[in-house]
Design a protein around this ligand. Sequence first.
Ligand SMILES: [Zn+2]
Length: 67
Amino acid sequence: MSYFTKRDEETTLPCPHCKKPLHIARTCHEVFMHCPECQKRYTLQTFISQADSVMEEFMNNVYCDRV
Ligand SMILES: [Zn+2]
């Protein structure tokens, strides 16, 4: 509907719970992982060590506040 409310992208990381692809999403100042299948939400830190290219690109877009 609008471009600036939320961003949400499917990653290649499987949900630890149901093995479906996790999504990375952000609100205004928070980035997190969530599973649309089982509605679980995970902190980004849990998956940061296995970040795929989708996640890296997503995070680049988020943390673009470099002065
Ligand atoms: Zn799941």
